[in-house]
Design a protein around this ligand. Structure first.
Ligand code: ADP
Ligand code: ZN
Length: 606
């Protein structure tokens, strides 16, 4: 029987069906054409080049920017019985010559390599002597200077078509707007490239944004539904990373800090723990994440705002690559708005650059405040449409109450105006709510008509109103001066009562909120004991083989196994994610676990 894409998918990878675009890209590549593939994270980009590589003579070159990623991929392929290797700076010269002699034998089907390494003349010369079946450029957006991950060494890749004129190229990325896509095609010199694009939606990720009231308490009640799960908690500063990790450890979580200030060895160790152990929470600055391919990250938390929608999408995209329910949870407040606006204004760079950054930040802030489905506006930002509200975001599940904020806004703006547009949020709100201080008395502000006119709301409520007015541009922070709150052009129409202003009422932390189900066991409760037993078995095998558990089987596969409960090898093959090689290697162990489980059940039932 000759192998086909479908037979490789089933026998080697253990999946019954292709995901969108996979088969088209595979066929295009097998016919020798170039492609640009845009699939969201977890969409299944790897199979797009792995399967044609297995179906072709010779060896495929896979260009990947990150060493950790290469090792992970090669390890996974080896477990599936595929001959793969990587070339990078971590190899000794002996290991390198081993890689080359396997290439000489013609046994290696996929060679992972870093761009700067590949483009060295000696390497190119050597590799051009082999039969190269295809070239895959992973994370292709790194070639774009307009993208957010530009890497100098990716520019060199434009010369590839000279060395390998008749080898098909497949460029892959998870993030690329239309101009970036155009740039990728030009810079990599793709020939008559066909573009394969699927939507940006990550339906298994639930989005939630809360207003920041008592961050520690909010975080701990969020994490309560994620005990035992792996996740990432992003903070802005190293210090906060450190202290948050300590708080979580004290609360019984297996939490580890990660930031650029830590010793490289410690960082590497923490990253490894996160990858190989189950249920580790990494508390990190944005230094963490690029190239983290762990499929079972169940949540991504932002304790501080990222700087753009792009960054938010990319960071939250690290959750749920395996397609199981996962959460993106963020808290933000007045302080974040003020600080980020300030950071943008004070950043170096041209006015034009600042204008762009400001627009990006405003898009994110606006998104935090939306009063209709978050997913619809998130996708809209990336030019993607979703017809119906998703039902899997906080706004869909618990629509925020909207109230007429016109009068409140007028009171707040008058207070800003009367106090001279020189004071920060705390002072302005104290005048408004009538909390006198010596400073205020000295300034004569207790005598103002606006003193205490805002007693109908608490300070927390006023902070929410002020935050929204800043986001909507009715007030601004004087970042050039001392950070005082000031009126804007837009303020006037509101002060004159020409327009009405609907505002959202923040949920109070103490209020009962909609609690989504814990997403730990992706199967029904009856089978969860078996699922846990299968996970324990996987853990043992992983330790024995020195690989992360997900390299053996993903949670999705174990969940399916716990539901199907196969009792023979043939039945085991029907489980999604179980291919022939993995069946041969691990099948017996897992069948034993299932058998023991069934026997215990039978002896229990009279
Ligand atoms: P990406 O690189 O696009 O983020 P991966 O290639 O790592 O995604 O694939 C994500 C997950 O989906 C992997 O666990 C992979 O094994 C799985 N997968 C890929 N293709 C299929 C398929 N056709 N059916 C089921 N699972 C798939
Ligand atoms: Zn929604």
């Amino acid at each position: 029987m000759t192998a086909t894409p479908q037979s490789i998918l089933e026998n080697t990878f253990g999946y019954p069906e292709f995901r969108p675009v996979q088969l088209e890209v595979i066929e295009r590549t097998l016919q020798g054409g170039d492609s640009l593939v845009l699939l969201p994270t977890g969409g299944g980009k790897s199979l797009c080049y792995q399967i044609p590589a297995l179906l072709s003579e010779g060896c495929a070159l896979v260009i990947s920017p990150l060493i950790a990623l290469m090792q992970d991929q090669v390890m996974g392929l080896e477990q599936a019985g595929i001959d793969a290797a990587y070339l990078n700076s971590t190899l000794s010269s002996q290991e390198q010559s081993d890689v080359y002699s396997r290439l000489d034998d013609g046994s290696t089907k996929l060679l992972y390599i870093a761009p700067e390494r590949l483009m060295q003349p000696a390497t190119l010369e050597r590799l051009s002597r082999y039969n190269v079946s295809l070239i895959a450029v992973d994370e292709a957006h790194c070639v774009s200077q307009w993208g957010h991950d530009f890497r100098e060494d990716y520019l060199l890749l434009g010369a590839l078509t000279n060395t390998f004129p008749s080898v098909p190229i497949v460029a892959l990325t998870a993030t690329a707007t239309a101009p970036v896509r155009k740039e990728i095609i030009e810079r990599l010199q793709l020939r008559e490239a066909r573009q394969f694009v699927t939507g940006f939606d990550r339906p298994n990720i639930r989005y939630e944004v809360q207003s920041k009231q008592s961050p520690k308490q909010q975080l701990s009640s969020f994490l309560a539904r994620h005990r035992g799960n792996s996740g990432i908690v992003y903070c802005m500063s190293r210090k906060k990373t450190q202290s948050t990790a300590e708080t979580l450890v004290a609360a019984g979580f297996d939490a580890l800090p990660y930031h650029a200030g830590l010793d490289a060895n410690i960082r590497a160790r923490h990253q490894r723990r996160f990858l190989t152990d189950e249920g580790v929470v990494i508390v990190a600055t944005i230094a963490f994440g690029m190239g983290i391919d762990k499929p079972d990250v169940r949540f991504v938390v932002h304790l501080d705002l990222p700087k753009s929608m792009e960054a938010y999408y990319q960071e939250t995209g690290r959750a749920g690559r395996d397609g199981l329910p996962s959460e993106a949870w963020m808290i933000y407040g007045l302080q974040d708005v003020v600080r980020l606006r300030q950071m943008v204004d004070e950043s170096p760079g041209s006015d034009e650059h600042k204008r762009k950054e400001r627009a990006k930040l405003d898009a994110l802030l606006g998104w935090c405040e939306v009063t209709s489905c978050r997913r619809i506006s998130l996708l809209d930002y990336f030019g993607d449409t979703l017809e119906e509200p998703c039902g899997n975001c906080d706004v869909c599940q618990l629509p925020p109450e909207v109230f007429d904020g016109t009068e409140a806004a007028q009171k707040l703006m008058s207070t800003v105006y009367r106090t001279g547009q020189r004071f920060g949020a705390v002072y302005v709100l104290d005048v408004l709510t009538g909390k006198a201080s010596d400073k205020m008395t000295n300034n004569g502000h207790t005598e103002l008509s606006v003193f205490g006119i805002g007693s109908e709301y608490t300070t927390t409520q006023w902070r929410s109103i002020l935050r929204q007015l800043l986001v909507l541009g009715f007030l601004k922070v004087d970042t050039a001066g001392y950070g005082g709150i000031q009126l804007t052009q837009k303020s006037r129409s509101l002060l004159r009562g020409e327009i009405a202003l609907p505002l959202r009422r923040d949920l109070l932390v103490s209020q009962k909120s909609h609690k989504p189900k814990a997403s730990k066991a992706p199967i029904n409760a009856a089978d969860s004991d078996l699922f846990d037993a299968l996970r324990a078995c996987r853990k043992e095998l992983a330790t024995e083989h020195g690989v992360p558990p997900y390299i053996i089987f993903h949670d999705t596969t174990l969940a399916h196994m716990a539901t199907v409960k196969p009792q023979t090898k043939t039945e085991m093959l029907s489980v999604s994610g179980v291919g022939q090689t993995k069946l041969d290697r691990f099948g017996t162990e897992f069948l034993n676990v299932i058998e023991t489980y069934i026997t215990t059940l039978q002896t229990k039932t009279p």
